[in-house]
Design a protein around this ligand. Structure first.
Ligand SMILES: Cc1ncc(COP(=O)(O)O)c(C=O)c1O
Length: 421
């Protein structure tokens, strides 16, 4: 584990400390391996918080970025860009894919999806919220309420904080935008009750906003039957079903998008993280009929849809599909889950594909993450691990992680658990 002294000193003095930074300075990466400033190697099980979908320095993405960087970066959304339409078409194909419950592709719904390009997951959700409210205004007598799930996470802007069903993120930032409430995940009756009699702080509901597997909340999956019931309910009442695929999207769960495993089709989908392999980008897509409610002037972004992001995003989406990355994530993810379950003190492994949470029966997740990095000081390969709270380890490796790298991680992790538990 190594970081240059000056790097740490400047960060401590001049950067706002919204993150508890770990004392490592990574300087390069290849595939699922990261290298620190002293040349130590680490296997990466976080992938820049689920963003580096195709692994570090993927040659196709590097080539696309370099080629575009030498020609044109930014002209704004007032003008055409050949990659923008191609990427939106590619996303439409990915979003309309149908799969079985494990994620194996079975066909297509044939639905046409239209996309607005943004820069982050929170911004994608802001777009989703605005679109849902426009739907409420036009089709549901002005309904504005958004119902999300407890333990959800939708971003750090004020509206997406309101939508985030965890009070801990709200403290100190009141007053938050109104028109939001949350219900326990997988409790269908609770959702029906809110739609029937919305609480005052929410008001008549225009949209239900869900993650199919809650990531930041602790890797808690929605039951597939629950998702089906919610989709039917929303459909019957003409309420928008908004699925937040920021963390689960782009093959992470073994399907192009996680809702496909439940055989449902949302109205609006927000995306980011894996969309451009680690290049900053977000997007919100909607079915044709819904997307048509936004007209010039309603929404925008200076940098959203910029030439660099479009070039890398297109290369990333094409590679994910051409190289059947969802199949690889599903098979490798099953192997990861199976191996994690053999580690002492792991009582449950949750999630799908290469999005997994390991529940520990001892609160050692925080020291495990630090000791994973410190393995380099003991002559072993380091581990980049992540925890959600004291007892949950979350695994979001690049979707190119190998069985051998998983074996090495599991052996080292079992060794560390033995020391710390
Ligand atoms: C499900 C989900 N939605 C939204 C966000 C916010 O994304 P961003 O940090 O890019 O704004 C995250 C971030 O972790 C997320 O996991």
């Amino acid at each position: 584990m190594f970081a240059n002294e000056q790097t740490v000193a400047l960060d401590e003095r001049f950067v706002i400390h919204t993150y508890g930074r770990l004392p490592v300075e990574f300087v390069e990466g290849k595939g699922a391996v990261l290298v620190d400033a002293a040349g130590n190697e680490y296997i990466d099980f976080l992938a820049g918080i689920g963003a580096v979908s195709l692994g570090h320095a993927h040659p196709t993405l590097v080539a696309a970025l370099k080629e575009q960087a030498g020609r044109l970066w930014q002209v704004s959304n007032y003008y055409h860009d050949a990659n923008r339409g191609q990427l939106a078409e590619c996303l439409s194909e990915m979003l309309s894919t149908t799969t079985d419950e494990t994620g194996v592709t079975t066909g297509s719904t044939g639905t046409v999806w239209r996309t607005f390009f943004a820069n982050s997951g929170a911004e994608a959700n802001e777009g989703a919220i605005k679109l849902a409210r426009r739907w409420g205004e036009k089709k549901l007598n002005g309904a504005t309420g958004i119902v999300s799930a407890r333990k959800s996470f939708h971003g750090r802007t004020l509206a997406t904080l309101s939508a985030t069903g965890q009070d801990v993120f709200h403290q100190s930032f009141h007053p938050l935008p109104q028109g939001f409430c949350s219900v326990p995940l997988n409790d269908f009756d609770a959702l029906v009750a809110v739609l029937d009699e919305p609480p005052a702080e929410c008001g008549p509901v225009c949209a239900v906003l869900l993650e199919c597997i809650q990531g930041e909340g602790g890797v808690w999956p929605a039951d597939l039957d629950y998702l089906r019931s919610v989709a039917n309910l929303c459909h019957e009442r003409k309420v928008m079903l908004v699925i937040d695929e920021v963390q689960t999207g782009f093959c992470r769960t073994g399907a192009p998008f996680s809702y496909q495993r439940a055989g449902i089709e949302p109205d609006i989908v927000s995306m980011a993280k894996g969309i451009a392999g680690g290049f900053p980008m977000g997007a919100v897509a909607a079915r044709d009929e819904v997307a048509a409610l936004l007209v010039p002037g309603d929404h925008g972004s200076t940098f959203g849809g910029n030439a660099l992001a479009m070039a890398v995003g297109l290369a990333c989406a094409q590679t994910l599909m051409q190289e059947h990355v969802a199949d690889y994530a599903r098979e490798t993810g099953d192997y990861l889950a199976q191996r994690l379950a053999t580690i002492p003190h792991v009582t449950e492994v949750r999630g799908a594909g290469l999005m997994r949470g390991a529940q520990l029966d001892v609160p050692i997740a925080t020291p495990l993450v630090e000791q994973g990095l410190r393995l380099t000081e003991r002559g072993r390969c380091g581990l980049v691990l992540n925890h959600v709270g004291d007892s949950i380890l979350r695994f979001l490796p690049p979707l190119v992680i190998s069985d051998e790298q998983i074996d090495e991680m599991v052996d080292s992790l079992a060794f560390l658990v033995g020391e710390l538990a």
